[in-house]
Design a binder for this molecule. Structure first.
Ligand SMILES: Cc1ncc(COP(=O)(O)O)c(C=O)c1O
Length: 413
């Protein structure tokens, strides 16, 4: 048992890849902010569907297709329940969070923004929540404003009201993939609405690790990916308020998204099909549904508690052991952070560090983490990042620390 009620060893046993050893030693997978590992139930659900139930979901009349349609829509209902959406038709399946955010910028943005209109972003956004807005700015001449950060890597909330003055949209992350910072989403959504702007939440790093309630957030759009929450790659989610989705033009055109097509034009299907052009990720939706059942079975409150415990343990043990030799970016208060740690260690280049850690089977990511503006704020071109999830335990924090000692030996510290 962990210190928080989550039986981590039982959870771990559900992930086949975590049973692997490399050169006789266990795998220490600390790259879940990048992508998470998959439990047996997800692998089995996808495999069973392909073996015994595979069929299209375009409402064909035969039994096999009716079952496939039920399974696909069942996955949508699971997602809706998981994030407390008011209705399943507000859940749009996309390719990933990147496509979800592009969909909002390209459709809501093009339909609603004119030259000089303002969109507010933050210094801690992932490129997926920056580049689509840059693209729109180049096309439409919109103005982008940026919420700066405090010294401990939180949003500077005092700067928000002035930046939101006259803004039409505020797009921000619920949790930074670099700093681990959890932002006050409800407060930010309310601030956006008070200024007459809509609130677009990048939930990519938050949703896999916390209880999510899009209605309590009072958000307008929320984007996230399946592959970071124990589901497969190839499917993402855009949740949006029905009235906004209804009023938006479609994103991609083709089959499934139309009500009628004539030589002189087309009309769009009802939600959510309007935004799901072409053959959707059917098998992936089945996997995502299974991942959500798995997470709900564990209880997202326990998952969060477990990660708070791990975050606290990692912060105190790494700083105790390495003192000034390690710089961990982001908040030190675990109430406002997840268990994702970007760090600098004894001046060793992050890429060298990750290679040396790999010799100890410790998998961490090194690089700019698709957050180059934030890297500039940190004054670094890259960081090493260790990110923990529900299947990691305290012994893996120790394994990271031991591997860091190994790196010190190699570099002669
Ligand atoms: C905060 C954040 N937003 C968006 C994304 C993009 O997710 P995806 O690559 O699954 O589209 C990521 C992925 O790392 C992320 O961490």
């Amino acid at each position: 048992m962990s210190h928080t009620g989550l039986d981590v060893q039982a959870v771990r046993a559900r992930f086949p890849v975590l049973q692997r050893t490399i050169n006789g030693a266990p795998l220490v997978y600390l790259d879940s902010a990048n992508t998470s590992q998959k439990p047996d139930v997800v692998i089995d659900a996808m495999s069973a569907f392909m073996r015994h139930g595979y069929a299209p979901v375009n409402r064909s009349a035969y039994q096999l297709a009716v079952e496939a349609d039920d399974a696909y829509e069942g996955a949508r209902r699971r997602v809706a329940r998981f994030i407390n959406a008011a209705r399943a038709s507000e859940v749009v399946f996309t390719k990933n969070a990147t496509e979800s955010l592009n969909l909002v910028a390209a459709t809501w943005g093009r339909a609603n923004l004119q030259v000089g209109d303002v969109v507010v972003l933050t210094h801690m956004e992932h490129h997926a929540n920056i580049v689509p807005w840059h693209m729109l700015a180049a096309e439409r001449g919109i103005e982008l404003r940026w919420v700066p950060l405090t010294a401990d890597g939180q949003l500077d909330l005092e700067a928000v009201p002035a930046l939101l003055e006259g803004a039409r949209a505020f797009a921000f992350t619920a949790m930074s993939n670099v700093l681990g910072t959890i932002t006050p989403v409800r407060h930010l959504c309310d601030a956006a609405h008070a200024a007459g702007a809509i609130a677009i939440v990048d939930g990519c790093q938050y949703v896999p690790h916390n209880v999510t309630d899009v209605q309590a957030w009072n958000a307008d759009f929320v984007a996230f990916s399946s592959h970071k929450l124990c589901g497969p790659t190839g499917i993402g989610v855009l949740w949006g308020r029905e009235a906004l989705l209804d009023a938006m033009p479609p994103f991609l055109g083709g089959g499934n998204m139309i009500a009628d097509v004539r030589l002189d034009g087309f009309t769009t299907a009802e939600l959510p099909a309007k935004f799901e052009a072409g053959t959707p990720p059917i098998v992936e939706a089945i996997g995502l549904g299974a991942a959500i059942d798995f997470l709900e079975g564990l209880d997202m409150r326990s998952v969060r508690q477990h990660e708070v415990d791990l975050a606290q343990y990692a912060l105190s043990s790494l700083t105790e052991r390495f003192g000034d030799d390690i710089t961990i970016h982001g908040p030190t208060n675990v109430e406002v952070r997840g268990a994702t740690f970007s760090f600098a260690f004894r001046g060793i280049h992050p890429h060298d560090l990750s290679q040396i850690l790999d010799q100890h089977n410790v998998c961490v990511r090194a690089g700019h983490h698709c957050a180059k503006p934030l890297m500039r704020v940190l004054g670094a071109s890259a960081t090493a990042r260790a990110s923990f999830y529900l299947y990691n335990d305290r012994s893996e924090v120790d394994a990271l620390a031991d591997a860091l000692d190994g790196a010190s030996d190699i570099f002669g510290f």
